[in-house]
Design a protein around this ligand. Structure first.
Ligand code: NAD
Ligand code: DAU
Length: 352
């Protein structure tokens, strides 16, 4: 039975990953370590608590003693590092915490895993692996043509993407210097259940359902490449099992859309699903994000060819599933915007 140390498992992608893995594999153990920042929510893991193969540890990945304790109590086979400060707008306001968690936290995990897994000089316990969950944002911004390849030079622009790029460089340095067994995945924009309503898709769904204005940055023509979260989880599972040590894998499904197209699609589906009277007059163009990357587009050829990964959920299906989830889980969103996170949410987003 393999034991996975999943960090940041109470957040959006981490919680989807834990649900996915516990459903798919009966012969694994998952230890979820999460600091429970504003973005971490144990409600996302409802149903897992009673699974005897799952355990939650409330800790910060920057806390050396806490991470050591987890490793000394458990024989960890894989580290899957989702834990991060993940929101670009927040990184523009408060860069320091991004460096702390995304860079220093990653180094702390690398060091502890390396100490516990070492069996000789540059030799590690068989089969162990450190997977760093990175992002396409480390590559910077594309023009109208071309795609991000694994070989594209890193050129991050926001404090968030710079901190993720810093972590990537460290992870690769541990492979080059110590032959430490690592992989990195760089995925495009995810959407789906449990995404905190500060990110484009859940924010727009929530605002539209509440007849609030829909703040579109700049001209609305920035492009993101959207992937349903479960398809990301499937790719991560494959990279842990079959990814070649030291390799980077891009993950994306060639689903590029402008932000304004996303917002209009959400409005149309909300109308179709609920019969409500929302319309495009809710759309409000607002001041652009500082340093706003124009276009992201992932070339997923390597993970398709080497590991056989393909996305399963089309955007039409995924966005409808996502809207339905938010409709059926209005209490989850209210808990964030009006409940325990109200103060944070209002400080960041005012009345949005
Ligand atoms: P999220 O903000 O929803 O969740 C982050 C989780 O990490 C939260 O549960 C939070 O409590 C936890 N956390 C934060 N700081 C911590 C610390 N110091 N110690 C322990 N836990 C801590 O983020 P997400 O959208 O689920 O992203 C997860 C990972 O995937 C991140 O590394 C992000 O860079 C990457 N990623 C995200 C996307 C996307 O579209 N959301 C796309 C590609 C890659
Ligand atoms: O590409 C992967 C990245 O995707 C991840 O690494 C990040 O963790 C994740 O947050 C996401 O970053 P983005 O900046 O692309 O996502 P966000 O949802 O914040 O914004 C998506 C696009 O929508 C971006 O062009 C900015 C725009 N936007 C966003 C918000 C929140 C708006 O126009 N209005 C908004 O209110």
């Amino acid at each position: 039975m393999k034991t996975y140390l999943v960090t940041g498992g109470a957040g959006f992608i981490g919680s989807n990953f834990i649900h996915y893995m516990l459903k798919k594999h009966q012969d694994i153990r998952i230890i979820n370590v999460d600091k429970l920042t504003y973005a971490g929510n144990l409600e996302n893991l409802k149903g897992c608590e009673n699974n005897e193969n799952y355990e939650f540890v409330h800790a910060d990945i920057c806390d050396l003693a806490a991470v050591k304790e987890i490793f000394s109590k458990n024989e960890i086979d894989y580290v899957v590092n989702f834990a991060a400060e993940s929101h670009v707008d927040r990184s523009i306001r408060e860069p320091e915490v991004f460096v702390k968690t995304n860079v220093a936290g990653t180094v702390n995990l690398l060091n502890v895993a390396k100490d516990f897994w070492t069996i000789g000089e540059d030799e590690y316990r068989a089969g162990c692996k450190f997977l760093q969950i990175s992002t396409d944002e480390v590559y910077g911004s594309l023009g109208q043509t071309g795609y991000f390849m694994e070989t594209t030079p890193l050129c991050p622009h926001s404090p968030y993407s710079a901190s993720k790029a810093g972590a990537d460089m460290l992870v690769l340095a541990y492979f080059d210097t110590y032959k430490f067994p690592v992989n990195i995945t760089r995925c495009s924009n995810n959407y789906g259940p449990y995404q905190f309503p500060e990110k484009l898709i859940p924010l727009m769904i929530n605002n539209a359902l509440n007849q609030k204005s829909l703040p579109v940055y700049g001209d609305g023509l920035n492009i993101r490449d959207w992937l349903y979260v479960e398809d990301h989880c499937k790719a991560v599972d494959m990279v842990i099992r079959d990814g070649k040590i030291g390799e980077v894998y891009n993950i994306g499904g060639h689903n590029e859309r402008t932000n304004i197209d996303i917002v209009k699609t959400i409005l149309a589906y909300i109308k179709e699903l609920t019969g409500s009277l929302v319309d495009e007059t809710l759309i409000t163009y607002v001041k652009d994000r500082k340093g706003h990357d124009r276009r992201y587009g992932i070339a997923p050829d390597k993970i398709r060819k080497d590991l056989g990964w393909t996305p399963e959920t089309t955007f039409d299906v995924g966005i409808k599933k996502t809207i339905k989830w938010y409709l059926e889980n209005e209490g989850w969103v209210k808990n964030i915007t009006n409940g325990q996170y109200k103060e944070y949410y209002q400080k960041m987003y005012g009345d949005r």
